[in-house]
Write a protein that binds this ligand. Structure first.
Ligand code: HXC
Ligand code: NAP
Length: 290
């Protein structure tokens, strides 16, 4: 199937050193793996060093190149600054930052403790801003261009019940992406975002569709194209947005959700549920010739 294939030409990311937060699992791992295949070297970072080390080993065995695992909780600025220093010591300069780390779970908002709400805000919004500021200040001081790619989701602009801290934080990340795209373009720094719809990962599925919720709320049923996303489809867009092929793309958010959020938004989209026979009857009752 062509959608499961890499899209960019061989060597498209050669010479790029790319930092992926949350790069040990899920979508961060899949995007990183494709960057590696295209010739980039990687730093993957998150809290769990054992997971990162395992992923790094696996990726290098599969694709070659260099993958440096560094433990860092993005909520802690001291850890972020130390991680950035270590990343540069390992690879020289870092050219691209993929802000992908996130925390999330479903809950009625009134049931959330202050700490629960803040935990998600801190990982998603504060974590992203701390990594962005650390990298951005360094790039500006050393007069080095750079590229940010931030993973948000479509409820960054629609909002969504039951994931309110995540929605608030992702909206903040999207605003930051668009703001810095303008403010930091003069330094040669681009900022873009991707808004994925449902892509199966252990991290997301276990927290957003726990127990038998997956059976009750099959995410594919909400998507007009009738399926969830494949990781390579996302990796293709990510690779393009961090490559020099997208040099004129700045401040953009690319949605990849099979039309999911628009389906929820369009006033009459649920008329899909009306069978053809009923349309026939309605047509007949207004006197149209068959
Ligand atoms: C209510 C919860 C909760 C839950 C934790 N808490 N889970 N409250 N419902 N399901 C509360 C805890 O009781 C605690 O509050 C506070 O949150 C912090 O919990 P900890 O477990 O101490 O936090 P921590 O160990 O830092 O873990 C962070 C986490 C965890 C976010 C809670 O789930 C995590 O590590 N997530 C990382 C990966 C992840 O979430 N991936 C999915 C991304 S998917 P109290 O008051 O008790 O101290 C995604 C998809 C978006 O973003 C779009 C899909 C279409
Ligand atoms: P995932 O595998 O759980 O990825 C989240 C990553 O973030 C993990 O590797 C985790 O590693 C890391 N992380 C969490 N807290 C951290 C912290 N405090 N500091 C540093 N790293 C931290 O889930 P995923 O589905 O691949 O999600 C990846 C991104 O895609 C997220 O931004 C998510 O919001 C977005 N997204 C996913 C979907 C989907 O359907 N899957 C849809 C829309 C958007 P550690 O536990 O080791 O820290």
């Amino acid at each position: 199937m062509i959608r499961a294939e890499g899209m960019l030409k061989e060597g498209a990311l050669k010479g790029k050193n790319i930092l992926v937060t949350g790069g040990g699992t899920g979508l961060g791992k899949s995007m990183g793996e494709y960057f590696l295949e295209l010739g980039a070297n990687l730093v993957i970072t998150s809290r769990k060093i054992d997971v990162l080390q395992e992923t790094a080993k696996e990726m290098m065995a599969a694709k070659g190149g260099k993958v440096i695992p560094i433990a860092c909780d993005v909520r802690d600025i001291d850890q972020v600054e130390a991680m950035w220093k270590e990343a540069k010591a390992a690879l020289g300069e870092i050219h691209v930052v993929l802000n992908n780390a996130a925390g999330n779970f479903i809950s009625p908002t009134e049931r959330l403790s202050t700490n629960a709400f803040n935990t998600v805000l801190d990982i998603v919004l504060k974590g992203t801003s701390q990594v962005t500021l650390t990298a951005g200040k360094d790039w500006i001081n050393s007069k080095q261009p750079g590229t940010f790619l931030n993973i948000v989701t479509t409820y960054a602009w629609t909002g969504s019940g039951y994931v309110v801290p995540s929605a608030a934080a992702k909206a903040g990340v999207l605003a930051m992406t668009r703001s810095l795209a303008v403010e930091w373009a003069k330094y040669g720094i681009r900022s873009n975002a991707i808004a994925p719809g449902p892509f199966p990962t252990e991290g997301a599925w276990s927290r957003l569709l726990p127990g038998d919720l997956l059976k009750k709320f099959d995410p594919a049923k909400k998507v007009p194209v009738g399926r969830v996303g494949e990781h390579q489809e996302l990796a293709n867009i990510a690779a393009y947005l961090v490559s020099d092929y997208s040099s004129y793309v700045n401040g953009e958010v690319v949605t990849i959700d099979g039309g999911e959020w628009l389906k929820g938004a369009g006033e009459f989209n649920n008329l899909d549920a009306i069978p053809q026979e009923m349309w026939d009857m309605m047509e007949a009752s207004r006197g149209k010739k068959q």
